[in-house]
Ligand binder design. Sequence first.
Ligand SMILES: NC(=O)c1ccc[n+]([C@@H]2O[C@H](COP(=O)([O-])OP(=O)(O)OC[C@H]3O[C@@H](n4cnc5c(N)ncnc54)[C@H](O)[C@@H]3O)[C@@H](O)[C@H]2O)c1
Length: 254
Amino acid sequence: MGSHRFAGRIAVVTGAASGLGRVTAEGLAREGAKVVLFDRDGAGLAETATSCPGAVAVQGDITSADDQARLATATQALGPVTLLATSAGMLGPTVPLTETTEADWDRLFEVNVKGTWLTLRAILPLMRAAGGGAVVTFASAAGLTGSPALPAYSASKAAVVMMSRSLARAEAPNAIRVNCVCPGSIETPMLELTFASAGSPEARAAREAEFRARHPLGRFGKAEEVGAAVLFLLSDEAAFMTGVSLPIDGGRLA
Ligand SMILES: NC(=O)c1ccc[n+]([C@@H]2O[C@H](COP(=O)([O-])OP(=O)(O)OC[C@H]3O[C@@H](n4cnc5c(N)ncnc54)[C@H](O)[C@@H]3O)[C@@H](O)[C@H]2O)c1
């Protein structure tokens, strides 16, 4: 038997159809939580649900207040929610700031910043009513250090860092801890998309080598390595940790 840190708890995970959200949801379910899976990708959600016994899937867009209201209603129907992980996010094009289009800038901030905020706005009142809990938001190493190839993404993730730290201070009296993970390059569909968009095989190989070289441990991270840190931050083992922006980045920010 493995550990059962979340037995009887109710958890919400956004971005649960893929990558880091999926491993977070699977880990929570494995350790006893009933998980509400939220994502706009219905097929991916259904796949995640098969490995999360007792999970409830809600399909929707994090940038829609109406969809977030549906998420809150479905969550409330299960009972008191005490755990939240907001993994849904996007990367956007790998271009310099001066070549970033207004549409790309707006969409990045809409998804990464407004979407995260709308999720927090929808679920935090339920957590307060439940008497407290723990939140993990998903920023990025690029939210803690400048990222020349992804300047708009970097700015959006810095916003997530400060939103999380502000919330940690605001929600402490409500017994809600708020921490934030800041992954380096992790092997998920999102990273694959970055490499695939490089163009030629040579350009792809060069981009992969460049990204790998940023990590002193000399490799990309695995989704499970981020999931383990998220589960720790959500668990009572991290009971005295709030307001932390935790790099999980193979030493990139060392
Ligand atoms: N993979 C990495 O290298 C890496 C590094 C740093 C930070 N992150 C962050 O971690 C989080 C998860 O990334 P991932 O690698 O698992 O990506 P992913 O692309 O594999 O998964 C992201 C999920 O979010 C969902 N999503 C995107 N926009 C949405 C929207 N508007 N509404 C609802 N769902 C939406 C997608 O459908 C997808 O299922 C993101 O916030 C990302 O920015 C990832």
